[in-house]
Each structure stands twice: as structure tokens, then as C-alpha cells.
Write a protein that binds this ligand. Structure first.
Ligand code: HEC
Ligand code: HEC
Length: 201
């Protein structure tokens, strides 16, 4: 699934973009989600493949911010460009607000229990790593990584997606000054540990 799904999608993506109904933004958020977004992000935003982030239970403000960042091309890592620029271009502000509202109300996925490095990851999440200027993630992302406002939910997200975002912030491929500073001195092992604590595959 993991390997085949993105491949099939890449072939189908041109067609999919064309297939977006002209009036998609006027339909209900639920309808847009089911007819367009669900192809990648899964039913109710609970995606099956780690290429596609889970959106269920993500704070509305964060969703709205990201969709506008895709639309304005501010979020410009290769996957954002390939998959989300075209999608966001079809959405007006009202559609974006409605999608954020609907997705934030979908039941979030719980994080896994018993990740191999979960105990170490929890310590980084709660206390940070002073020696490497890594802050306590929970200070912004919520005590349990549940997210609030502009700070995304991390708990229950796909491991490969979380790892990739942290690497992309660290290498400045994904824009965000706050997360650039937070990840600048994170080691690969630090990243593995927090991912092991937070993710659910
Ligand atoms: C062709 C596949 C595809 C479709 C269809 C799609 N997305 Fe995405 N979406 C992606 C991928 C891949 C990413 C991750 C981009 C990255 O890695 O930077 C993403 C990221 C996002 C994010 C950012 C999530 C986060 O945690 O930062 C939001 C919000 C989002 N999509 C909303 C939507 C909405 C709403 C729709 C329907 C209008 C939609 N997407 C349709 C592939 C898709
Ligand atoms: C000072 C506040 C702050 C702290 C502390 C913080 N973050 Fe973030 N983080 C943010 C903001 C703001 C964003 C959204 C960036 C954007 O809008 O693109 C974010 C985004 C992320 C994302 C992307 C999620 C997604 O769905 O795409 C990940 C992963 C992440 N942070 C992990 C961490 C980890 C792990 C730590 C601890 C080592 C941490 N953050 C500490 C503010 C913070």
C-alpha cells in the first residue's frame, strides 16, 4: 500500500486536478473532503499512507494557515509543491475556513503505545534538550501533542511524515523560522525518539 498508493496517485494527479468541479469551493466542506481530499488524506482526514498527513482533529487555525501557505506558495517543500499547490489554488477563503472547521471536529487518531524510543522521546517532548538548544515541544504543541491554534497536533500523526517535516525544517526546505530554530541542533536520533513517542502508523 505504502509504495503503490503514491505511485498510482502521481499518475492520476493530472487527471484529478482537471476533475476538480469548478464549483467545488461552493459545496460543503464535507463534500469537498469526500470528493477531492479523501483520495489522499483518507476518510475524514484519517489517511492510510504516511506520504499524506492525517488531518483529523488538527486545529482549524493550523489547517487554514497551511492551506493559505500552499496557496501563496510560502510552504514550498517539494511535496507541498507537487501535491498541494494545485489543490489550494482551487479554494477560496470561505472554503478554506469551512474545511478547517470540519476537519478540526473529526476524531483524532491516538498515538501508538510502546514505540521503541518512546520514553526517550517523551523526555525530549516534555523537557527539551538543553545542551542542543532543543526546546520542550509540549510548550507550543500541547502537553500531549494535541495541538492548539496555529500549533499543529503531532500526536497520532504518521511517523514517516513527522520525520520528514522535522528533517525539512532542519535543512530549511520547509519554511518556518520558529521550527528552523527548534530543529537546528536536533540529531537524527533526537528526531527518531520524538517520532517514536508521538506517531501512530
Ligand atoms: C494528490 C494528493 C492530495 C490531495 C488530493 C490533497 N492533498 Fe493535502 N497534502 C498532500 C500531501 C502529500 C501533503 C504533505 C505535503 C508535505 O509533505 O509538505 C498534504 C498536506 C496537506 C495539509 C498540511 C497538513 C499538515 O499537517 O501540515 C493540509 C491542511 C492539507 N493537505 C489539506 C488538504 C485538503 C483540504 C485537500 C482537499 C481540498 C487536500 N489536502 C487534498 C496530498 C494531497
Ligand atoms: C515555540 C513554539 C514551538 C515549539 C517549542 C515547537 N514547535 Fe513545532 N511547530 C511550531 C509551529 C508554529 C509550527 C507550524 C509551522 C508552520 O506554520 O508551518 C510547528 C510545526 C511542527 C511540525 C509540523 C507538523 C505538521 O503537521 O506538518 C512538527 C513535526 C513539529 N512542529 C515538531 C516539533 C517538535 C518535535 C518540537 C520539539 C523538539 C517542536 N515542534 C517544538 C511551533 C513550535
Amino acid at each position: 500500500m505504502k509504495k503503490i498508493f503514491p505511485f498510482v496517485l502521481q499518475i492520476g494527479m493530472g487527471a484529478l486536478l482537471f476533475a476538480l468541479p469548478a464549483g467545488a469551493q461552493n459545496n460543503s466542506a464535507e463534500n469537498t473532503l469526500r470528493t477531492v481530499c479523501q483520495n489522499c488524506h483518507g476518510p475524514g482526514g484519517d489517511s492510510l499512507s504516511a506520504t499524506f498527513p492525517r488531518l483529523n482533529g488538527q486545529p482549524a487555525e493550523y489547517i487554514v494557515g497551511q492551506l493559505k501557505a500552499f496557496r501563496s506558495h510560502t510552504r514550498s517543500d517539494p511535496h507541498a509543491m507537487a501535491y498541494m499547490w494545485g489543490m489550494a489554488a482551487q479554494l477560496d477563503d470561505a472554503a478554506i475556513t469551512a474545511l478547517g472547521d470540519f476537519l478540526s471536529k473529526q476524531k483524532p487518531t491516538a498515538p501508538q503505545v510502546g514505540g521503541a524510543l518512546a520514553a526517550e522521546g517523551r523526555k525530549i517532548f516534555v523537557d527539551g534538550v538543553e545542551a542542543r538548544n532543543v526546546p520542550a515541544c509540549g510548550a507550543c504543541h500541547g502537553d500531549k501533542g494535541e495541538g492548539v491554534g496555529q500549533f499543529p497536533r503531532l500526536a497520532g500523526q504518521h511517523a514517516d511524515y513527522l520525520r520528514k517535516q522535522l528533517e525539512d525544517f532542519r535543512s530549511l526546505v520547509r519554511t518556518n523560522e520558529v521550527m528552523h530554530a527548534n530543529t537546528a541542533e536536533m540529531t537524527d536520533h533526537d528526531i527518531e525518539a520524538v517520532v517514536s513517542y508521538l506517531a501512530n502508523d
